[in-house]
Design a protein around this ligand. Structure first.
Ligand SMILES: NC(=O)c1ccc[n+]([C@@H]2O[C@H](COP(=O)([O-])OP(=O)(O)OC[C@H]3O[C@@H](n4cnc5c(N)ncnc54)[C@H](OP(=O)(O)O)[C@@H]3O)[C@@H](O)[C@H]2O)c1
Length: 285
């Protein structure tokens, strides 16, 4: 029986990246649908849950993606709301790679050091990857600060993550040298999650930092989040700090993403969101 993956994307045009990884993760056929929302998802979910016999339902799965994490979270919930008894299939949420990228990054950090009690700063943490990285750092026992160029956006992100995961995080504005320095004061861990191509800290800001121990940057473009690191860094010591760059993290992210797709087809009742994806990442890191 063919393994069918239905990719519900909240953006109008579904992601090519997610389609390639879906095939590499073991799907025999991927159907990508764009613009999926609360109005049109009902019939799509019915098509997935009513078509195969109970023992065969594990061969159908749903992947929720897109660039808007709030829309993705809502859709992931709406899909589950339609399930009843054994009329269900496995579902994964990974809007913009939010769960797989953050889980890979935080799993590598937590392998490098015990995060319990550390102060961790997620710079530019309001995007999908940053929000989930902040959650996973908090779940790992770190005291988390999440920054934005605008205080209102950092507050909104922390509130949303508190509502979904019950974690406490401190929202902070970091928009110029002074506010960045305040956000970084006493920090042990910094996780850069800015839009591609944005430098968050110059070399001096992290190299001379007195308490900083660990740096993770998910950026993979020519300009990286932290001046003077390398995109390939993986557990690399630089100026007394342990550094992970975007490809150093991305290699695990890709392996993890494929492993999660494969897992969807193991049974028809798996819900892959941040917590479970992080557990899988910890086993793989
Ligand atoms: N390594 C990998 O395997 C991998 C996989 C997936 C994604 N990524 C990378 O992960 C990063 C985060 O992805 P995402 O989708 O979460 O990002 P995003 O939503 O595009 O951007 C994250 C945040 O960056 C901030 N930002 C935007 N322009 C800025 C500027 N000019 N200066 C400072 N901050 C700015 C914004 O925060 P505020 O407006 O609140 O300040 C925004 O919410 C991206 O660089 C992406 O390429 C890497």
């Amino acid at each position: 029986m063919k393994k069918l993956l239905y990719h519900f994307d909240t953006d109008p045009i579904p992601s090519v990246f997610d389609s390639v990884v879906a095939y590499d993760g073991g799907a025999d056929h991927v159907t990508q649908l764009g613009g999926v929302n609360e109005e049109n998802c009902g019939g799509l979910v019915e098509g997935a849950i009513y078509t195969r016999a109970p023992k065969d339902k594990k061969n159908t799965a749903i992947f929720v993606g897109g660039s808007d994490l709030f829309a993705g979270q809502k859709l992931f919930q709406l899909v589950h709301d339609q399930f009843f008894q054994n009329f269900r299939v496995s579902v994964m949420l990974d809007s913009n790679g939010c769960n797989t990228t953050s889980a890979a990054g935080v799993a590598l950090l937590s392998k490098a050091t015990n995060l319990q009690g550390k102060t961790a700063v997620v710079l530019a943490g309001t995007g999908p990857v940053g929000q989930r990285a902040a959650v996973l750092l908090a779940i790992s026992g770190a005291k988390v600060r999440l920054t934005s160029r605008k205080q209102s956006r950092s507050v909104e992100a922390c509130d949303e993550m508190h509502e979904r995961f019950g974690v406490e995080m401190t929202p902070m504005q970091a928009s110029d040298d002074d506010s960045i320095q305040t956000a970084m004061d006493g920090a042990h861990v910094v996780f850069g999650a800015a839009k591609a191509g944005i430098q968050l800290l110059n070399a001096k800001q992290w190299q001379d930092h007195p308490t900083l121990e660990l740096i993770a940057d998910v950026g993979t473009s020519q300009v990286l989040g932290f001046e003077g690191i390398d995109v390939m860094d993986k557990n690399t010591e630089r100026n007394g700090k342990i550094v992970f760059g975007g490809i150093g993290i991305g290699a695990l992210k890709l392996k993890l993403h494929r492993a999660c797709i494969a897992k969807l087809f193991e049974s028809n009742d798996i819900a892959l969101d941040a917590e479970l994806i992080y557990k899988i990442a910890q086993d793989m890191a």
